[in-house]
Structures are given as C-alpha cells and as structure tokens.
Design a protein around this ligand. Structure first.
Ligand code: PXL
Length: 290
C-alpha cells in the first residue's frame, strides 16, 4: 500500500516566552520548510538568559517521562536536533535518547549551545561543557560558534583566527565524531563589515567558507535560526555548501529586517517578516572551497 508522510524532526530545546530563541524559532522555521516538529522541551523560561533576570522551570524529569511514552508508542524520527540543554544530567538523557532511537540514515544535528563572546551563558559551568564534549561525539553535524569551539577543544578564546587555524580546529572537532562541523560567526580579519561561516565534511575531505555582510548588532537566537535552516536544508537534500548559503542568507535577511528599527536587541531578529523567503530557492550562491 502506498504510504507517504512528511519527515519528522525531534527538536530538543527550551521554550523561552520572550526573546526569539530555541523552540520559538526552531518550530516555525522547520515547519515552514515542510517538516513535522516533535518538541522535547528541556526547560520553560520567561525569557532567555541574556536578560538579567528570568524564571526557569527545569524539565529534566519530564523529559524522562516523555521519552518513556515515546518508547511505548514506538515513535520514530528522521532527524534529531538539539540546542539549549539546561543541565549536565539533561545532556546525558539526550545522548542516551539518541543512541536508543536513532536508525540508519537518520540525521543527528547537535548545536552545542554553551555561550557567546568568549563567555558561558548564565547558569552554565564546566560540568555542562564536559558533558557537551561527550554529546557531540554522537552527532553527524555540529554548529558551534567560536566561544563554543574554544570550550569544546579546551582552547583560549581569541578575537582572530586564520583559515589555517580554523581548518585545524574543524579537523580536531570532526575527529571527535561528527562528519560535518560548521563554525559560525567568524569575524573576517581586517574587515569589520563581513562575517564568515567555515565548514568541513569528512566525507570528501573538503573545507567550505561562506562570507556575508555584518551589521554591528548582537541578536540572541541567530545561532538557533542558522542551525534550524541548516537542519531543514539538509533534510530537504541540499548539499552542505548550499545549506550554508541558505542559512547565512536567511539570517542576514532577518537581521536586515530588524536593524532599521529602534528596538531592544535582546528580543532577537524579526524572522517572522522574512519566513516566507525559505520557500524561494536561493538566487545567488556565494560559497567557496578553501
Ligand atoms: O539561543 C541560544 C539560547 C537558547 N535558550 C536560552 C538561551 C539562549 C541564549 O542566550 O538563554 C534559554
């Protein structure tokens, strides 16, 4: 009998009411790219942790209960995609969940959310970092920023990185397990108006770079937006460099749509204004092989 369904992605992130991060970004993006999103929420927050105050309901025990029910249901997923995890115990739960439920040809994307601008996010400590180092070993794809890269590899955080250094770090991260490593928000040396994304795929042993204009503003949740579009693009069958181009261009469109307003940047980018652009094939591709 003919049976067709949309692909399903399990999204393991928190739900923050204000600030456009995590599930508030992941669900609309992946739904609009044509996928069913099953949420495995890790915590409920009033707002993300870059505000000075926030409420935080830890869902570690609830996650165990949800996974137990999914086991009884015989639930299956095409893709596993994790982001903000609230405790080291949670990271272990996620790792065990993926190892138990993953099947051949599934995609596992881990965005190792740890910090930004050289610092860990509020509430995170070295135990979380150590556990995240273990979790990335089960991933097919990881998407650290430079801060997360420095914590995952136990290196000092630096302001500038040469292509050669970045290639070395991409290889070092890939050696821990993931065949695809993507490093986001890399400043371009001597050009404050541009920012790059670097990537490596051990299948084919090729390095990629995508560069786009940089606007001088920091918006929380852009990392979640980027990783969500990469995940959706790969689920749709895009090549790695095309997935990087789509995600970079979408983030840039979202930042452009926001930047002109007098606005509290902590609220994140107004991605809802550009969400429909995900339906349009990319017009100009700018990736480079390095
Ligand atoms: O975008 C990453 C993120 C996700 N979830 C929460 C956060 C942050 C970054 O600050 O605080 C709760």
């Amino acid at each position: 009998m003919y049976f067709s369904r949309t692909k399903r992605v399990v999204a393991i992130h928190d739900l923050s009411g204000i600030g456009r991060v995590s599930l508030g970004v992941v669900i609309p993006i992946l739904t609009s790219m044509g996928f069913q999103v099953s949420a495995l929420p890790t915590a409920i927050l009033s707002n993300h942790t870059q505000y000075p105050n926030f409420s935080f309901l830890d869902l570690t025990n609830e996650m165990r209960k949800i996974i137990a029910e999914w086991r009884k249901l015989g639930a299956e997923f095409d893709t596993f995609y994790s982001g903000y995890l609230g405790s080291s115990e949670q990271i272990q739960i996620v790792k065990d969940f993926i190892l138990e439920f993953r099947k051949e040809n599934n995609l596992v994307v881990i965005d190792p959310v740890l910090g930004d601008n050289g610092k860990l996010y509020t509430g995170f400590d070295i135990k979380i970092v150590e556990e995240m180092r273990r979790l990335v070993s089960v991933a097919d794809v990881i998407t650290p920023n430079l801060t997360e890269l420095s914590y995952l590899l136990d290196l000092p955080y630096e302001k500038e990185y040469s292509d050669e250094k970045l290639k070395e770090y991409l290889l070092a991260l890939s050696a821990k397990g993931p065949s695809i490593v993507i490093i986001t928000s890399v400043p371009v040396i001597d050009n404050p108006h541009q920012t790059s994304v670097y990537a490596y795929n051990s299948r084919g042993n090729r390095f990629w770079k995508v560069t786009c204009p940089y606007l001088p503003a920091h918006y929380p949740g852009v990392g979640d937006t980027f990783a969500s579009v990469v995940t959706g693009a790969m689920m749709q069958g895009d090549s790695l460099p095309v997935a990087l181009d789509r995600a970079t261009q979408f983030c840039y469109q979202g930042i452009r749509a926001t930047f002109g307003y007098e606005y509290d940047q902590r609220e994140g980018i107004l991605f809802e204004k550009v969400l429909h652009n995900l339906d349009v094939p990319i017009q100009i591709s700018t990736y480079e092989l390095i």
